[in-house]
Design a protein around this ligand. Structure first.
Ligand SMILES: Cc1cc2nc3c(=O)[nH]c(=O)nc-3n(C[C@H](O)[C@H](O)[C@H](O)COP(=O)(O)OP(=O)(O)OC[C@H]3O[C@@H](n4cnc5c(N)ncnc54)[C@H](O)[C@@H]3O)c2cc1C
Length: 442
């Protein structure tokens, strides 16, 4: 039997890393608190289908997904509609979360991964600074490597000693509190408003979306501060006035959940430990998508483990995962956290000014499957666009100041992220991660 690997929590990237490792002779077990039937949420997700090909799985058959509908963005006053126009080859897919899970769990089981469902992970087991296993509700489990795929509130990551340089928890403005429910659909909607995204709706720091689908209307309310059902009900009542497609009967969903919207975890590895997916905050900071990134990261992690011929799985040998992840994704994701921070600093009226004066336009809001960094999102700006943006900014000194601040933070985040040590040396890594974390203060 090959080296023993524990996947703590059935996060997407953990399952697919387990699948790739099992195919290479490793003995992999996933410990997941939910039952198999209860994996994931009762709703659809939008993500890049190339996530599947990155891990060697065929894209699921077409009847299992549809192409994402272009979104139409509005500021609080709703004066200007910015309509995405994503080229067809850049459209992400929309698939049921439960189907995504079935697809990857089946593939992992076929590859030999064992699943223990209904088993809550409680904490890491440490021997000195090495993670040697996990404490679970069913007793202690030991392994040569623990892959942490327990999500953003992972009880493994959050209980690691500070001396490892792995940030335990997120802070304000790094997580999005979300309420999502699918209501019965009570009216048809013109194509351009089938997927409306209301930014800073009612001047609350966050977004609201209304996606009118074939049979239901999907309402998502996301904020940087916690909110309650009274606020949900009041918001949806207001939305119904302009959106007759939102019925009053909840067909699916109807709960609060959280999404990390921040820079990726600075240090992903320790001796015997690697974090992936939401445990390592791998979502795109401005939009919260994390599924494809988790899949892509799992390939990098599996390669690093397979290439560690000594089977040490030390921070040093797993550093190939750290640098590989940052090379393909992290270096692009981290600076986007600076853009998110700028959005959190906008005052009433400022986003409307930005929309109404072309500082952000429909091209900027058209984010395709390959757009995982700012350069690709803002690429292809014409001289005329640049002139409009500059004129808008020059005419509003307060917003100009905020944009300049964002630019400086963005450059700093890019430079600091790029200066990550190429090889693992504890002292150098701790020094680097301190400056990395400091780049993203609200
Ligand atoms: C409302 C909402 C909408 C989203 N929409 C999209 C989208 O459209 N596209 C997209 O790409 N991403 C989307 N995301 C983000 C996406 O869910 C995550 O980024 C992605 O699933 C990767 O996270 P994960 O699988 O690592 O973690 P999670 O999804 O958090 O999975 C963690 C797993 O670990 C298990 N677990 C947790 N704690 C324990 C424990 N103590 N013991 C055992 N098991 C445990 C959980 O049950 C779960 O199965 C959305 C998230 C939310 C909340």
């Amino acid at each position: 039997m090959g080296k023993k690997i524990i996947v703590a929590g059935g996060g997407h990237g953990g399952i697919t890393a387990g699948m790739l490792l099992s195919k290479n002779g490793f003995d992999v077990t996933v410990y997941e608190k939910n039952s198999r039937d209860n994996m994931g949420h009762d709703w659809t997700d939008i993500f890049d289908k190339k996530g599947f090909t990155a891990i060697g799985l065929p894209v699921p058959p077409q009847e299992m997904y549809k192409l994402k509908h272009d979104m139409t963005f509005y500021g609080p006053q709703m004066n200007t509609a910015l309509v995405q126009h994503t080229p067809e080859d850049q459209l992400e897919i929309q698939m049921e979360r439960r189907d995504i899970y079935s697809y990857i769990i089946n593939a992992a089981e076929e590859a030999g991964v064992k699943f223990v469902f209904g088993c809550a992970v409680e904490a890491p087991i440490l021997f000195g600074n090495r993670v040697v296993g996990i404490k679970t509700a069913d007793g202690d489990k030991y392994a040569d490597l623990v892959i942490d795929a327990c999500g953003m509130y992972s009880p493994v990551r959050s209980k690691l000693p500070e001396s490892l340089g792995i940030q335990n928890n997120s802070i304000d403005y790094e997580q999005f509190y979300v309420y999502r429910a699918f209501f019965n659909k009570t009216a048809e909607v013109e194509d351009v408003n089938k997927f409306k995204v209301l930014m800073l709706h009612q001047n609350k720091l966050g977004i609201t979306w209304i996606a009118t689908e074939e049979e239901t209307t999907d309402v998502l309310i996301g904020r940087f501060k916690k909110f309650d059902m009274d606020e949900v009900n009041a918001t949806i009542d207001t939305l119904r006035k302009d959106n007759p497609s939102i019925g009053t009967e909840i067909k699916r969903g109807g709960q609060f959940v959280n999404i990390p919207v921040r820079q990726p975890l600075g240090v992903l590895v320790a001796d015997g430990y690697a974090a992936i997916g939401d445990s390592a905050f791998m979502t795109v900071p401005v939009i919260g998508s994390g599924i494809a990134n988790s899949f892509k990261a799992s390939k990098v992690l599996a390669d690093a483990v397979i290439n560690d011929k000594d089977g040490a799985y030390s921070a040093e040998s797993l550093w190939a995962y750290q640098t590989g992840f940052y090379k393909i994704l992290g270096n692009g994701l981290a600076p986007l956290a600076a853009v998110k921070l700028m959005l959190t600093r906008l005052e009433e009226g400022e986003l409307d000014y930005i929309f109404d004066n072309g500082i952000l336009n429909a091209d900027d809001m058209t984010i395709g499957a390959d757009d995982t960094n700012l350069a690709s999102m803002l690429g292809g700006m014409s001289p005329a666009d640049i002139k409009i943006k500059l004129t808008g900014l020059i005419n509003n000194k307060v917003i100009l100041k905020k944009v300049v601040r964002m630019g400086l933070e963005l450059v700093r985040a890019t430079v600091v992220t790029g200066a990550m040590p190429k090889t693992y040396n504890r002292k150098a890594v701790l020094k680097w991660v301190k400056s990395y974390n400091n780049c993203f203060k609200h």
